[in-house]
Design a protein around this ligand. Structure first.
Ligand code: NAD
Length: 425
């Protein structure tokens, strides 16, 4: 793709990368000027100042944001992150990415994102609860099952969602489970939500492997990141018969061409809380990023952004790159990936399993009828397979790579509904 809209010093700015891809896709689509402007800007940006009495009696004020990027295809949907380095710019970019992600998998939501500038590691449970409740109270006019539905993200979890649900319910004076997703199962969460992103990755890898006429048993996979997404993807792919030859977490990577016993690694990392590279089952140790450049058939980054860049993309030794993390490759790396002929399953498609099962959670809450895990997984498979086929078909029909195809498909879907609805006033 052409990155002419991106200046070289912006390579590591994920938000500039996201914008560059939007620009390329919008131009290829020939999006008319007004519609382009409409989509480029969010619908609403809200800043809230959150007064909270800390445990030591001091009154502190935290800054929180909620950006609603698009309400065109349905209520807004997107996570809330608690982190010390949250910025409005970051939240704005992530909100727009959610719009495209929901549109790629064709679920009836627009994108949103929220954040609070705070360090959850340094706050007590009580302080986190008070921050969450006041943030929710300030935004209670904007949240709602038909308005904007938050979910967990960096630094937030099921407990945070339970507090948001309770606070919102107290304000509207009725229990409203559908106001958030990623809740505990006991209070309206969905079966299968925890592993949904990893399961979605397995499903799109299966599709790519079939497309290349390969079999799982002869497909070597490297997974970077062993948290919620990476461990679920590695575990499900191992169980499905793939050979997991490389793994990494923040402490470093391990490569073993014979393949890992993934349940034993899960026991080591997730239950015994030991660093992944110290796993005693064998393998060559290396820095976490190096794992991506080892010989394999699928590279699955599921840790942090900007791992694959214009500087190192040429070193990849894989045929498929399946992006579990958000923004693991820079826009400049796209050119190298294209030149090498690597089949990329872009983040807005590959990791959309999470938001898809969040949509299922919202549907179940609204109908008050809960599905078995097998039903959730079957419906997830249907959505992911269909979306994969649509992106690949679009890419072939328009002569663009999968990433630009996914953006074009998404932007086109939003633009179509925007034209049907028209502009009010
Ligand atoms: P997590 O915090 O559960 O796990 C992150 C993992 O990455 C950990 O194993 C950590 O040790 C490792 N890690 C951190 N820094 C690293 C580094 N520099 N090098 C190598 N490994 C490193 O996070 P998660 O929920 O698994 O999310 C991972 C990525 O997937 C993020 O980009 C997130 O935005 C994206 N994502 C998550 C979901 C979801 O449902 N959780 C959905 C869509 C996208």
């Amino acid at each position: 793709m052409s990155t002419s809209v991106l200046s070289p010093h912006d390579e590591m700015n994920v938000y500039a990368s996201a914008e560059a891809r939007f620009e390329v896709a919008a131009k290829k689509l020939g999006l008319e000027d007004g519609v382009y402007r409409f989509m480029r800007y969010p619908n609403k940006e809200i800043t809230v100042y959150i007064p909270v009495t800390l445990d030591n009696g001091r009154l502190e004020v935290f800054i929180g944001y909620r950006v609603q990027h698009s309400l065109v295809r349905g209520p807004c949907k997107g996570g809330v992150r608690f982190a010390p380095n949250v910025t409005l710019d970051e939240i704005r970019a992530l909100a727009s990415e959610m719009t495209w992600k929901c549109a790629v998998v064709n679920i009836p939501f627009g994108g949103a994102k929220g954040g609070i500038i705070c360090d959850p590691e340094k706050l007590s449970r009580g302080e986190l609860e008070r921050i969450t409740r006041r943030y929710t109270a300030e935004l209670s006019d904007w949240f709602g099952p038909e308005r904007d539905v938050p979910a967990p993200d960096l630094g937030t979890n099921e407990q945070t969602m339970a507090w948001i649900m309770d606070t919102y319910s107290m304000h509207v004076r009725r229990t409203t489970t559908a106001v958030v997703t990623g809740k505990p199962i006991e209070m309206g969460g969905s079966q299968g939500r925890h592993a949904a992103t990893g399961r979605g990755l397995l499903i799109v890898c299966d599709k790519a492997v079939t497309k290349f006429g390969r079999r799982r048993a002869e497909t070597r996979v490297v997974v970077q990141g062993f948290g919620n997404v990476g461990s679920a993807a590695a575990s499900l792919m191992h169980a499905a018969g793939y050979k997991i030859v490389g793994l990494a977490d923040i402490h470093g990577g391990l490569y073993n061409e014979k393949g890992f016993d993934v349940p034993a690694v899960e026991d080591w990392v997730l239950r015994q809380h030991k660093p992944l590279p110290d796993f005693p089952g064998g393998g060559e140790r290396m820095p976490a990023r190096e794992i991506l450049f080892q010989p394999c058939d699928i590279v699955l980054p599921a840790a942090v952004e900007n791992q694959i860049t214009s500087e190192n993309a040429a070193r990849l030794q894989t045929t498929i790159l399946c992006e579990g993390a958000n923004g693991p490759s820079t826009a400049y790396a796209d050119e190298v990936l294209d030149a090498k002929g690597i089949f990329v399953i872009p983040d807005i498609l590959a990791n959309a399993g999470g938001v898809t099962v969040s949509y299922f959670e919202w549907v179940q809450d609204r109908q008050g009828f809960f599905w078995r895990e097998s039903v959730v997984n079957e419906r997830l498979k249907d959505v992911m397979e269909h979306s994969f086929d649509e992106v690949v078909r679009y890419s072939e029909a328009h002569g663009v790579n999968n990433r630009i195809a996914a953006y074009m498909l998404a932007i086109d879907r939003v633009a179509f509904v925007l034209k049907l609805r028209g502009i009010y006033a």
